[in-house]
Design a protein around this ligand. Structure first.
Ligand SMILES: Nc1ncnc2c1ncn2[C@@H]1O[C@H](COP(=O)(O)OP(=O)(O)O)[C@@H](O)[C@H]1O
Ligand SMILES: [Mg+2]
Length: 349
């Protein structure tokens, strides 16, 4: 009785009923010794027809209506329910069809629940990370203020120093809030991209001059190596690519070694321009490469040094590059150096 349509089921049962009725009538006639084959035939045909239609109506009334209800529930079809059910007919194997629909529906729900669970754990982790990152500067500020309140304010040796340190913690909190703001805007797609023709050499030169003082503090040399020997034109959002370069170069200074060097290079890759930011600093262990672009992810070395970073820089960089439909990569060897490279759409000149 597998994969029978409701009509098929009704017909089989009616056949059975008609045969039974005919046999009973035959036996009755047999014992009263007056067998009429015509009457037996009529009994068979009429009971077949009557029971067939009765069963059909019964199936329609009881089973089909209940199945419709299930179908409607899983598809949430409170409105124009009959449209969606129009391909339901008693000629088809609707029982198996609904069975399959229920299985599909269940599968879809499972995926949806998994997605919601992922989002929920992501949200929880995010809130946890943010409060953890805010704790350090807030407790530091509180410590400095308490010392000042308890008399330190009048101690000329420490008062200005403690105020300056508290101010530095405030700066750190502001940096964190700003990075969070950028991240959440990038992730919710609120940030508009202003893609225009950009001269990468010029833009990079501006970024390097703005970071000159920071680099000098660690005796790090910042250089552009334009092997292409001509202006490098790309289609990009200038402000956002500036941010990408600032984040990568600041990292190369922070995690670079004293007296080191950071080189920015451009390569022609037919459709794209490849931009490389290469340092000869502390490098990054292979095991971190995969997760380095996640928000708040920092290596133990990055953390230990307490560079004042938030661990958000590289995830902002990755978001911006991906918003340009481009990719970013990392090559790095511990104690040798790191090279971050990303592509941008080239303009042929
Ligand atoms: N040029 C680099 N050399 C070595 N380590 C780096 C470099 N750039 C990034 N890192 C590592 O990657 C981590 C994440 O970088 P980032 O997202 O910019 O966060 P942050 O600089 O705020 O710590 C850093 O904490 C550091 O451990
Ligand atoms: Mg950084």
């Amino acid at each position: 009785m597998k994969n029978l349509t409701p009509k098929g089921i009704a017909f089989r049962i009616s056949l059975f009923v008609a045969a039974t009725v005919t046999i009973i009538v035959f036996l009755a006639e047999f014992f009263s010794e007056s067998i009429h084959f015509l009457s037996l035939f009529l009994v068979f045909v009429s009971s077949l027809i009557i029971s067939y239609f009765s069963f059909l109506v019964a199936i329609e009334q009881f089973i089909y209506k209940k199945i419709k209800l299930i179908y409607r529930t899983i598809h949430n079809l409170k409105l124009n329910k009959d449209d969606a059910l129009s391909d339901f007919s008693l000629d088809k194997d609707i029982i198996s069809q609904v069975g399959q629909e229920v299985i599909d529906w269940n599968q879809k729900n499972k995926l949806e629940i998994e997605r919601l669970k992922d989002m929920e754990s992501y949200r929880r982790e995010f809130v946890g990370n943010v409060s953890h990152e805010l704790k350090t500067p807030i407790f530091n500020i509180q410590g400095y203020l308490l010392t000042l309140i308890e008399g330190g304010l009048y101690d000329e040796k420490i008062n200005m120093d403690y105020l300056a340190r508290a101010n530095k913690s405030v700066d750190r909190m502001i940096a964190l809030i700003e990075d969070l703001d950028i991240i959440s805007n990038l992730e919710s797609g609120v940030i508009e991209m202003h893609i225009k023709k950009v001269n990468m050499v010029e833009l990079t030169q501006d970024v390097l001059s703005s970071l000159e003082i920071k680099a000098q503090e660690k005796n790090i040399k910042l250089t552009i190596q334009n092997t292409l020997n001509k202006p490098v034109w790309v289609m990009a959002d200038a402000d956002k690519i500036t941010q990408v370069l600032v984040n990568l170069i600041v990292n190369s200074i922070k995690y670079g070694k004293d007296g080191g060097e950071t080189k920015i290079k451009f390569y022609d890759m037919d459709e794209n321009i490849l931009v490389e930011v290469a340092d000869n600093g502390q490098g990054i262990e292979e095991k971190h490469h995969k997760r380095l672009f996640e928000r708040f992810y920092r290596t133990d070395r990055g953390r230990a040094r307490d560079s004042g970073g938030t661990g958000l820089g590289l995830s902002i960089v990755k978001h911006i590059i991906e918003a340009h439909q481009q990719t970013i990569n990392l090559r790095s060897t511990v104690d040798v150096g790191s090279t971050f490279s990303f592509t941008l759409k080239k303009i042929r000149t």
